[in-house]
Design a protein around this ligand. Structure first.
Ligand code: ITT
Length: 200
């Protein structure tokens, strides 16, 4: 791999923000993700890792080569981990306002974001990388950066939401950044795997 050239790896997602944040981290590893249009099948499960694993296998079968998938969610302690694996659906339906309403009067505002990156190298070999960031749910939505639940999530050690902090700070501590950094480190120590995607 020449200086400045990046290995481009496909990622099955409809969420452009995920790709942008992942690439923010992966550029340090000489990797760039690009979106591919393959249906990301999501099984019903409480476990993000199981969902990501299944999606990675489906994407592998559909494309005939390894494809990155990432499944993530917001887990709120006082709500028993809700919305968790249903985060995308909950965001689209009740939205930030709905979640804030469920949290009205609740003193325990602890929450975390989790992301699981998964990639199938064969039908039997799926690698997963998990990242988590602890924090709390804000009293009201604040900030305009990022996406999804960013305006109501305050990472531990801060008084501002992810949406106020912006991509640079978010990507220094987020669940996604941690998961993709682990993925980057793994690729660095398994450099042969890059030849699966490298174009001459
Ligand atoms: P793909 O399945 O196409 O990748 P998606 O947005 O539907 O995109 P998920 O099924 O993994 O992805 O749902 C994750 C949801 O969790 C996402 O839509 C947000 O609502 C929320 N979420 C995950 N990471 C987040 C982050 O960094 N900031 C804010 N919200 C986040």
């Amino acid at each position: 791999m020449g200086r400045g050239s990046r290995v481009r790896i496909p990622m099955a997602t409809r969420n452009r923000n995920k790709i942008d944040e992942a690439n923010y981290v992966l550029r340090d590893f000489g990797i760039e993700l690009y979106p591919v249009n393959v249906e990301k099948l999501e099984i019903q499960s409480e476990d993000l890792e199981e969902i990501a694993r299944f999606a990675a296998l489906q994407a592998y079968q559909a494309l005939g080569k390894p494809v990155v998938v990432e499944d993530s969610g917001l887990f709120i302690e006082a709500l028993g981990g809700f919305p968790g694996p249903y985060s995308s659906y909950v965001y689209k339906t009740i939205g930030l306002k709905g979640v804030l309403k469920l949290m009205e009067g609740e003193e325990n505002r602890k929450a975390y974001f989790e992301a699981v990156v998964a990639i199938a190298l064969s039908e039997r070999d799926v690698k997963t990388f998990v990242g988590r960031v602890e924090g709390r749910i804000a009293g009201e939505a604040r900030g305009s950066h990022g996406f999804g639940f960013d305006p109501i999530f305050i990472p531990m050690g801060f008084d501002t939401t992810f949406a106020e902090l912006g991509i640079e700070v978010k990507c220094s501590l987020s669940h996604r950044a941690k998961a993709f950094r682990a993925f980057g480190e793994w690729l660095r120590t398994n450099i042969d795997i890059l030849s699966l995607w490298e174009t001459p």
